[in-house]
Design a protein around this ligand. Sequence first.
Ligand code: FAD
Ligand code: SF4
Ligand code: SF4
Length: 464
Amino acid sequence: MANMKIERQAMPVQDPAVRCHNFEEVAQGYTKEQALAEASRCLHCKNKPCVGKCPVAVDIPAFIEKITEEDFEGAYQIIQKSSSLPAVCGRVCPQETQCESRCVRGVKGEPVAIGRLERFVADWHNAQSSVETASLPSNGHKVAVIGSGPAGLTCAGDLARLGYAVTVFEALHVAGGVLMYGIPEFRLPKAIVQREIDGLKAMGVRIETDMVIGKVLTIDELMEQGFEAVFIGSGAGLPRFMNIPGESLCGVYSANEFLTRINLMKAYRADSQTPIQHAKRVAVVGGGNVAMDAARCAKRLGADEVYIVYRRSEAELPARREEVEHAKEEGIVFKLLNNPVRILDDGSGNVGGMQCLKMELGEPDASGRRRPVPVEGSEFVLDVDAVIMAIGTSPNPLITSTTEGLETYRWGGIVAEEATGKTSRLGVFAGGDAVTGAATVILAMGAGKTAAKAIDFYIQKTKA
Ligand code: FAD
Ligand code: SF4
Ligand code: SF4
């Protein structure tokens, strides 16, 4: 019987005044008492509306019931059947638009905090157990996975469990994709991702870093080396720029470059070898999670003023609500309904300000959102010494341009069947951001799972 009197349990967080000077995790996780109280709010609805909105259909009421029984390992085992990265998804899934958006408790009040409970269970499991060295029986077949983000890691793990010899080829010097180089430590501690990677290695998955497929080796060469199928999970890491004057000045970064220097190469440490400008007044252009992450990192690097410059209004901000609130608490200033038109030179090739135009919202455009329209004569200069562009990314064309017969969309994404990940090249599968464009961790993970099943079917049918 659900407890209707208890309110949604607040997440304990680091004090904003303290956390904006460190890179430690902001949200600190539920205590056991909070998890039990939150789990007692679930109505265990028979038709499970929440499950229908989870892209991998985690059996939410079942795992929450196990929490109420204090069987946390039982809860973990239920989640694990559908999600291979629960500690990650519990932290970064946009639950408010997915599972929690359909929670019946949300109709008249606040939804059950499904993501926070998922995180609690995964953290509990990780604290109780160490990475096991499981020796799995081999089925004698070899598969190559390109990219070690959530799509590639999930595909590799599922195939390894089926007995495949899997090699993951990763372009960067560290595995993990956006989970390692993009999402900052204060939202997703890297030790959590590393644990997942160590688990895959313990299962026998080989991870070869510094291997840029399309340059060091092509897909054809991988197949000549005896890989019977290839999964492409190379993400969408190519940054977009606005093509406005001044974008090549010193002090203009893509969010990807800025975040990679900080997350992967620890630019915030005194002993880091990575050059990064510790600017005092920073403008971040964009309104998504990437923009919030870049702004909050700039603040932690010591900027006095950090602005989010976004051309629509607060209602249209694509970032998760929680990230927007956290950014505001940390003193990030939102310059909404503003659009940059030129980045100014300070006279020595560095950023010396950003010229913007004020905007107002007109009629809805093709995306259904109201179109921002410039307000005549509203130009002004924002006094900044660094600009970070966070206006989106697309797939890097390196793989598609070096692989014959791989069909792509005009915007660069790889064409792949949704139900299988099959591409137009026999034996080549793809999934995650490389196919959909920039999306979410859970969707990439789901695509990796789908493709692993299809690769197994393909190899067993054609090669066994
Ligand atoms: P990626 O994670 O991009 O991994 C692709 C990997 O392939 C990379 O490691 C790349 O180096 C490698 N690669 C690329 N080309 C090659 C090549 N030629 N050869 C070998 N390797 C190659 N999603 C959420 O759900 N919640 C969030 O809060 C959230 N925040 C985000 C914050 C930031 C800053 C960013 C950038 C993204 C965020 N996302 C978030 C989106 C999410 O991280 C991505 O949708 C997800 O990581 C996509 O997974 P993927 O495996 O397809 O690709
Ligand atoms: Fe919700 Fe994500 Fe967990 Fe699914 S995986 S239940 S969407 S937090
Ligand atoms: Fe529990 Fe909400 Fe799902 Fe109902 S919709 S089972 S209350 S989490």
